[in-house]
Ligand binder design. Structure first.
Ligand code: ADP
Length: 165
């Protein structure tokens, strides 16, 4: 099977979870390179800065070399895709509740740039309840995030909440 050259996996990644990691890892089976596009200007105020989020992704995927790169972007995703010379977007789906929003986004992106195609990967059942926002609710209360985020993120969460305590 010939692989797609490169695809963008866009999102907030505040922070990277095992759900995201699984989508990226499975995407590598059919993409030469996954560019993790970290949205620098989300409407919600982030826990980690864009640079910190990029850094955590790079640290976790260090062993993958150039096959996984993380870049922050602001502005329109379709412009970032043009800049990165790809037409392929990846998104993950957890539940039917994700579908309405994801469908709207995919149709809007196609409206903005007719070349763009969005591919959806279904989460693994064991990751279906994991979200960055839930991680941010559990971690400051001392709940274990061990099976929710990669070790490098668990450490960063501990540092973050210790420094604000
Ligand atoms: P956004 O704010 O753009 O939704 P997120 O960082 O929350 O950014 O998510 C980025 C992408 O990862 C989205 O496509 C989302 O559906 C997907 N995703 C998030 N959590 C999971 C998970 N547990 N399993 C699979 N996909 C997920």
């Amino acid at each position: 099977m010939s692989k797609l050259a490169r695809a963008i996996f866009p999102g907030s990644f505040d922070p990277l979870t095992l759900g995201h990691v699984d989508i990226i890892t499975r995407a590598l089976e059919f993409c030469e390179q996954v560019i993790v596009g970290v949205l620098a200007n989300p409407s919600k105020s982030p826990l980690f800065t864009a640079d910190e989020r990029v850094d955590l992704i790079e640290q976790h995927f260090r062993l993958y070399g150039e096959r996984v790169v993380a870049e922050s972007f602001s502005g329109l995703l379709v412009d970032f895709a043009k800049e990165q010379k790809t037409r392929v977007l990846l998104r993950g789906l957890r539940a039917t509740s994700d579908f309405d929003y994801e469908a709207q986004m995919a149709l809007m992106n196609r409206h903005l740039s007719s070349e763009i195609e969005t591919f959806f990967l279904m989460t693994l059942e064991k990751h279906s309840y994991i979200s960055s926002s839930l991680v941010k609710q559990v971690a400051p209360l001392g709940g274990s995030v061990e099976h929710l985020v990669p070790p490098v993120v668990a450490e960063a969460l501990m540092d973050k909440y210790e420094s604000v305590a």
